[in-house]
Design a protein around this ligand. Sequence first.
Ligand code: PEP
Ligand code: CO
Length: 444
Amino acid sequence: MSWSRSSWRTLPSPHIPAYPDPEALRTAEDALKTYPPLVFAGEVRQLKSELARVSEGNGIMLQAGDCAEAFADFNTFNIRDSFRIILQMAMILTFVGEKPVTRIGRVAGQFAKPRSNATERIGGEEEILTYRGDMINGLEPTARSRAPDPERMLRAYFQSAATLNLLRAFAGGGYADMHSAGKWLLDFVENSPIRKKYEQLARKINKNLNVMRAYRESSREPHRQRVDFYSSHEALFLPYEEALCRNDSLTGDPVAASAHFLWIGERTRDPSGPHIEFLRGVINPVGIKCGPDAGARSVERLLEKLNPGNEKGRVTIIIRAGADNAERVQSKLIRELTAAGREVVWCVDPMHGNTINAESGVKTRRLSDILRECRTFVDVCRTENVHPGGLHLEMTGKNVTECLDRAVREKDLARNYATCCDPRLNAAQALELAFEAAEYLAEL
Ligand code: PEP
Ligand code: CO
């Protein structure tokens, strides 16, 4: 079948809900087709070449952010705090793990959620559609709010544009300058139980920066003030992706201009499904989420479709097996795909296989399970002789109480449980994880 940006439409799409007013959806798509791209082909190629370097063992990819962005949470502070923690995590991985880090946010487009059920009944009330992310419908459990509304797609676009505008300014300006790294850490150290570790790291960073400063002064290299920061989301809602697909003005190649990196979820990675059909035609780097049931054969079929030329940096395999299944699932996929000669970035998502229900019924995750799955990943990669290249996380810069650890017990979950989808690591948990992961990597 030949590819076009709309060829996915010939395939059944159970994860794309029916709109009560299809004409209004088309009008919104037509508007979006004329709007500016959110990312540019040159940036997308740059990310792909960074990921190619990661696949060769020379770098780490850190992908982190909200499970789902929300219109109600859109403000400067949320964007800044999340960006800051990602920079800090990257800094820890760089200095402790001694590898360059590619930073990718789950941000500026992460507005559509796959659901296991199309409808639900809450508290014995009438059956209503499930929430599918702010790009599609509202979280409030009423029939009216849950009806898919095309205006939401445009609002998600504008929020993404404004978010990226701020992130580009932060990444390009002095805020991300490595010389401020000690300051970001010190800010945090004030009220952290792992204060000593940060102080040691801050000292080490300063020492290294002094060496680098001396080197730069002697070599007259330009002062490095900016970092690269990329956006990503699950390529779930294909009407949005299609409407933002553009052709590279230099080569004519199709680019998904909604984000630098797009991934395909555990529920939509059918090799003959519409999501693969769309992604196979764009040049962006793509991720494939692989749960405990992902067989190496079906992942190979996906790779044949998404990356027939076996281009380095094109595909990242994000394994999210859960701590108890991790060794079995990771070993099998890594062993079989490596034997088949497949070039991929191996990445762990230690979040999505470790979701449990607390006694109150609320969804949570244990930091200890998350750490255990990361540890297993590094060990399995070592045994199989591949590079543990990526870490995919759900986190926020806020002090939420959504995941369990020494400081957040079941009774504490209700204190600041703010996610509209999955439980995220808070700032302290994210940094603790970065330290642990960096130490595992440093042992390699
Ligand atoms: C997610 O990343 O939020 C998600 C739904 O993941 P998965 O497809 O792996 O379940
Ligand atoms: Co999630």
